[in-house]
Design a protein around this ligand. Structure first.
Ligand SMILES: [Zn+2]
Length: 235
């Protein structure tokens, strides 16, 4: 019995070390995800702005094509003027030229507005890019630390788990199954001392008869309250 308890205590020591490493690792990975999500969010904002810029640039390029066409039509109309025969024809061409020139003005105005939009979007994008830069700089060392710690914790898991498996293989099967059931259920110490009529896992007072039986039998028992395995330290 004393040997069994000692074996389980040794197993438990390793289990707690492994569990703590796994818990810490998962906390760190959650932290890492959060840090990366912040940057991803900003990156998305930056590319959304880029999409807007591209759209307006397309508008600008098609406006420029329109402008070239209208300017061309002005030139062509004006070139026809010297060959004009009648006053009516002359006036018609002038009217055409005026309309085209007005059109040029309108397009130039629209281009100016579009260019303003592009400038504003680019300024906004630059702000977000420097924000992203700052964030990446601030996160960089944190992320590196996290990676180092995670690697250390994984190493603990990788070296301690085989030791633990080897140790627990020596524990009688029934006891091992009971221990693992409670461990998996509670995710904390599954084997605790019963001391002064109390379970040191849940701190419930144990029935005196139950405790006295434990003292007599020297067997590992189960706490009626928390189901942890109980043992009494032998004097
Ligand atoms: Zn208990």
């Amino acid at each position: 019995m004393k040997e069994e308890v000692q074996q389980l205590i040794d197993v438990q020591e390793l289990d707690q070390k492994i569990l703590a490493a796994r818990r810490k690792r998962s906390e760190l990975l959650t932290r890492k995800e959060k840090l990366e999500a912040q940057a991803e969010k900003l990156e998305k904002v930056v590319s959304a702005i880029q999409e807007q810029i591209d759209e307006v640039q397309q508008d600008i390029s098609s406006l420029n094509q329109d402008l070239a066409k209208v300017q061309d039509s002005v030139t062509k109309a004006e070139d026809r003027l010297p060959e004009v025969k009648t006053q009516k024809e002359y006036l018609a061409i002038l009217k055409e030229v005026d309309a085209a020139k007005k059109n040029v003005k309108d397009i130039e105005e629209a281009l100016k507005l579009k260019q303003q939009v592009v400038d504003e979007l680019k300024a906004d994008q630059n702000d977000k890019l420097s924000e992203l830069d700052e964030l990446n700089n601030a996160n960089d060392s944190q992320l590196k630390d996290i990676d180092t710690l995670v690697a250390e914790l994984e190493k603990i898991d990788a070296t301690e788990t085989p030791k633990r498996d080897k140790l627990i293989a020596q524990v009688p099967e029934v006891l091992r199954k009971r221990y693992e059931l409670v461990l998996n259920h509670l995710n904390s110490a599954a084997l605790v001392e019963a001391k002064n009529y109390t379970c040191t896992g849940c701190y419930m007072r144990l029935p005196p008869q139950f405790y006295n039986n434990m003292l007599k039998s020297k067997k590992i028992s189960t706490c009626p309250q928390c189901n942890r395995l109980l043992y009494i330290e032998e004097a």
